[in-house]
Design a protein around this ligand. Structure first.
Ligand code: HEM
Length: 564
């Protein structure tokens, strides 16, 4: 998964209107990619089209100044400052230079981009002005045919083929299985020695759900531990010299990738056997071995694509299962934030037992149980307006993916500045990236005036839904509900402040494939915890580090037990 280098690199200042412009008329695209002007194949946010068109008609890009900021010393740039002053590096620069500034870190000139308009505009220019920027080892450790590395129409075709398997309507049928797994794991946490290691437990749970929903496994503890070990080895492979020997971290990462590939191949085989058995006249579908998972949907989609002349070979399916597996590495940390923030925000105003986040969640669950019965179903999740707001807030605060990385394919304009071809462009997914460990957990910011979550889809965090909720109408609702203090005119903050933005799953053609799975999983976890458990954090003030990836610094120890 994409990650930023440090928590404090993303600091807040007022957002300016974003302007992203034309490709420099004489510029050529790097890496042999197609040149500008090609229609985007997928998901360009409509509000950015006029902006792109208007800018394309202008000239004089070469005269535009570079973004403000400093490239630092020759060769090392500002890397040493980043390492020694990581806490203030981004804050101070964003305050000094605004939402778009330049620096030179980790061996490359880099433009930092903040603010919803600017971030969306850059991400909407995928394949035309910018391209996804991954280290070379991605090809080996994820796969050359993974969505991360595919570009242009091929990326669009593969993403469309995979998307149905991860769509909300497909995931609904997995809700009972996810609920069963979550209940089983949380029961185990409560029955085990206390305090329990909350972060590790959440990582294992997220692996179990991935195993069950994506690969069609049982989600057993052994299998979750195996997947987590594979993921740890893979992640280590990104942070080490690519020397492939059996005892090097990179060599172990390559071996872990092979192990994962075998698990996926088994899943593909089982899908085909199940399909063949179901199709056999003598075997009724009900007596065929049950095998129902995202991989089986993907295998079916590949067969359908083949029939129309689009080849999706097994190696591509494996590569994209690996891409999904990497994506899923951000789910455990997001579940862990539920344990932490619900523990520390359980009480209501003045420490009272009512009015807190947990009390509101429990009340919502009581109402849902009285209407739907005790089973946690897709229909029950549909009714979790407050739970959805909590989930969105968990995704907003301390984002598991603080920034997504792009490379400028050509010179282009952003907010009146020239972004040179070949520079790195880091797009920050929310204002909250500037407030790691200093932020306020306030689910109410996502509630409309009716008290329901402003998400209309139940898949909050979808970039489109996120845009809607940070827009004017939702802001008005939030104000009416006493909601987000960051919204203009809202309760606690200065009037006229720019709205908070949160794009936890990115935006544009590369929007997260697994966002519906994440939301479903978060809602199920919230329902299970609110219905049956109480817990407290051993260190309620525990901070999160972000390097090499967001994680609580002490492992988030919690004492958790069943409610009496
Ligand atoms: C809390 C958990 C997660 C977060 C915060 C997250 C965030 C993101 C973000 C920000 C992107 C955009 C990357 C970019 O623009 O370059 C992305 C892409 C992606 N995510 Fe997730 N993700 C999560 C979980 C998942 C899960 C569970 C899966 C799969 C089951 C998944 C699969 C993917 C894939 C395949 C991509 C690449 C999409 C493309 O390039 O077209 N993610 N994710």
């Amino acid at each position: 998964m994409l990650r930023g280098p440090g928590p404090q690199l993303w600091m807040r200042s007022s957002s300016r209107g974003a302007k992203i412009g034309r490709a420099y008329p004489t510029a050529h695209h790097i890496d042999g990619r197609a040149s500008g002007g090609r229609p985007l194949h997928f998901g360009l946010h409509p509000c950015h089209r006029p902006c792109l068109r208007a800018k394309a008609a202008q000239s004089g890009l070469a005269e535009l100044p570079l973004p403000e900021g400093s490239l630092g010393l020759p060769v090392v740039g500002e890397t040493l400052e980043l390492i020694t002053n990581g806490d203030t590096f981004g804050t101070s620069r964003r305050e000094r230079y605004g939402d778009v500034y330049k620096t030179n870190i980790l061996g490359a000139p880099t433009v930092m981009v903040y603010g919803e308009d600017a971030v969306r505009a850059v991400l909407a220019a995928e394949d035309r002005l910018v391209a996804s920027d991954w280290p070379q080892v991605t090809s080996t450790l994820v796969g050359p045919d993974s969505l991360n590395l595919l570009t242009g129409p091929r990326h669009g075709a593969v993403k469309r083929a995979l998307s149905d398997a991860f769509a909300d309507r497909a995931l609904r049928r997995h809700v009972p299985a996810i609920a069963e797994l979550v209940q089983d794991y949380v029961t185990g946490w409560a029955a085990g020695p206390q305090p329990t290691a909350g972060f590790e437990s959440c990582q294992l749970l997220s692996q179990a759900v991935f195993d069950r929903v994506v690969l069609g496994g049982a989600g057993s503890r052994d299998r979750a531990a195996q997947l987590q070990a594979v993921m740890s080895a893979l992640q280590a492979g990104f942070n080490t010299p690519p020397v492939q020997l059996p005892f090097t971290a990179y060599g172990k990462a390559v071996a872990a990738r092979q192990e994962f590939g075998q698990l996926v191949s088994q899943s593909i085989q089982r899908s085909r056997q199940h399909t063949a058995a179901s199709a056999t006249v003598s075997v009724s579908p009900s007596s065929a071995p049950a095998f129902d998972c995202a991989m089986s949907d993907v295998v079916a989609a590949a067969a359908a694509a083949a029939a129309t002349g689009t080849a999706l070979p097994d190696s591509l399916l494996v590569d994209n299962a690996a891409a999904a597996f990497f994506g899923n590495a951000s789910t455990g940390p997001s579940l862990a934030k539920a344990l932490q923030h619900l523990a520390t925000n359980a009480a209501g105003p003045n420490g009272g037992a009512t009015g807190g986040v947990m009390a509101a969640l429990r009340q919502e669950q009581q109402d849902i149980v009285s209407r739907h019965g005790p089973a946690i179903t897709a229909e029950a999740l549909d009714e979790m307006s407050y739970g959805t707001a909590v989930a969105r807030e968990l995704l907003r605060i301390t984002p598991a993916v603080p920034a997504v990385f792009r490379l400028a394919l050509v010179d282009f304009e952003l907010q009146g500045r020239r972004i040179p071809k070949g520079w790195r462009v880091w797009c920050h997914v929310g204002d909250s990236v500037t407030r790691y460990n200093k932020d306020q957990f306030q689910p109410e910011r996502w509630l409309g005036s009716s008290g329901s979550s402003t998400s209309t889809t139940g898949t909050a965090g979808d970039s489109t839904a996120a845009a809607a909720t940070t827009g004017g109408a939702a802001a008005a609702g939030a104000v009416a509900a006493g909601g987000c203090p960051m919204h203009a005119g809202g309760g606690g903050a200065a009037r006229g402040a720019q709205p908070e933005y949160s794009l936890p799953f990115g935006s544009g053609v590369r929007t997260c494939l697994g966002r519906n799975l994440v939301m479903t999983e978060l809602l199920v976890v919230l329902a299970v915890l609110a219905r049956g458990y109480e817990w407290e954090a051993v260190n309620p003030a525990e901070q999160w580090g972000v390097v090499p990836s967001p994680a609580p610094k002490e492992g988030l120890r919690v004492r958790l037990h069943r409610r009496l």
